[in-house]
Design a protein around this ligand. Structure first.
Ligand code: CTP
Length: 401
């Protein structure tokens, strides 16, 4: 059951419905009255192939419509969910078809808040969100940080449709990665020059977050170690935030243990800084008129993935499946050659090679999967779709062990 409430983001509900159908779900839409001001019910019924449900009092539907809907729903997803709907869910109201459905739902209920950041930050909304979290019956997915309808930027943007569909998949239970523990690293590291400045890189974290989300949706227990990024945490994923390469290394070690067998699969999508300022200043570096600009001496960070590969090899190759990334510049054959070298040098099982100009900060990418049996280029696709292919390969490697 796809519930839609009155937010500008209602237009994205059409995409949510389409993706749910594509994923094999049967979708029925339930709209509030204010949702209809943003989206025509005919658009939705056209997509779902079913009547859009709006009225609790429709005499042509015998019995209690909300209970009948609740009985046939495996999952209720409210997207977008306004501040008002959130408050009504938290208060246990049942003053329209959607709130009555949410109150009588049997399975998981997910809601994707979409509102102006000031509304999300208001103590009343915070209180409603806390109440829902305590009650444990309605799980909020997001909101994400970003631009909202007014053009303001902040936390309040509805989580993207593909992520909502993945959250529904995760809420509906285990699939082919059930029983596996997966560690994903994502995003850049920031290496301090002084208390206000750092050396960093352009990694957005999108690829790693997509892998974490997909692994969770496929039933894995997922830990996501994230550098400084603005991506929302995928539902059901345990997130550990780090800043520097050394912190990232410590966070990985805490999960994988000395024998690299604390997890079944490690996907190392983080763009780890190879170097850090050797002597970061504990005070802000000042400029002085006429003085020579300071130079920065760098120290080398450990290669975390190579370290794990070596540690695993030292105990005879048992332990986690290791997947590394290689972000390169150059033409396709060079990229594969670099990737193959990384596969060997770092002692890992799979390298996902991609090109800086096709990967950085974008929602789509084109990658080569490089294993011991050779390299395959996958056609350009969304990072979510690539995440599924990477997990397919990793799962096959894990089963082959
Ligand atoms: N990596 C790591 N620790 C580092 C650097 C990289 O664990 N200090 C990991 C990355 O997370 C990625 C893989 O190694 O999975 C490849 O990263 P990349 O920076 O492309 O590789 P480098 O070995 O640094 O190669 P080069 O700088 O020669 O391109």
């Amino acid at each position: 059951m796809l519930g839609i409430t009155g937010s500008v983001a209602a237009y994205k509900a059409v995409e949510v419905a389409r993706l749910l159908l594509k994923a094999g779900a049967r979708v029925e839409a339930v709209m509030t009255r204010s949702a209809e001001r943003f989206l025509g019910p005919v658009t939705l019924s056209g997509i779902t192939g079913r009547p859009v449900l709006r009225d609790m009092w429709d005499p042509s539907t015998p019995g209690e419509l909300h209970v009948a809907l609740a009985d046939r729903a495996d999952c209720v997803l409210v997207a977008p969910c306004t501040a008002d709907a959130l408050a009504r869910f938290a208060a246990g109201r049942a003053d329209d078809l959607l709130t009555a459905l949410v109150l009588s739902a049997r399975g998981p209920v997910l809601a994707a808040p979409a509102m102006h950041p000031r509304m999300w930050g208001h103590p009343a909304t915070r209180r409603s969100a806390r109440t829902l979290a305590e009650d444990g019956r309605v799980t909020l997915v997001g909101p994400a940080f970003g631009e909202v309808a007014s053009g303001d930027v902040g936390q309040g943007r509805m989580v993207e449709p593909a992520a909502l569909v993945a959250a529904v998949g995760a809420a509906l239970g285990p699939r082919d990665l059930a029983g596996m523990k997966v560690l994903v690293t994502a995003g850049p590291t920031h290496e301090a020059l002084d208390p206000v400045r750092f050396l960093g890189n352009r990694s957005s974290g999108k690829m790693g977050f997509a892998v974490a989300q997909a692994a969770r949706a496929r039933g894995a227990e997922v830990v996501l170690v994230a550098g400084p990024v603005a991506e929302p945490t995928p539902a059901g994923v345990r997130r550990v935030d780090v800043t520097t390469a050394l912190e990232l290394g410590a966070a990985i070690d805490a999960e994988v243990g000395p024998d690299v067998d604390g997890v079944d699969l490690l996907v190392m999508a983080a763009a780890v800084a190879d170097f850090r300022p050797a002597n970061p200043s504990d005070r802000k570096i000042k400029k002085a008129a006429g003085a020579t600009p300071p130079s920065v001496e760098l120290a080398q960070n450990p290669d975390l993935l190579a370290g794990l590969g070596a540690r695993r090899a030292a105990r005879g190759h048992a332990g986690a499946v290791l997947v590394g990334f290689a972000l390169e510049t150059g033409e396709d054959p060079e990229i594969v050659a670099y990737g193959e070298r990384k596969l060997r040098d770092k002692g890992v099982d799979l390298v996902v090679a991609n090109r800086a100009d096709e990967a950085l900060g974008r929602g789509t990418n084109r990658v080569a999967l490089i294993g011991r049996d050779g390299a395959t280029w996958l056609p350009e696709a969304t990072k979510q779709a690539l995440a599924e292919r990477i997990l397919d390969r990793a799962l096959a490697l894990s089963r082959a062990r």
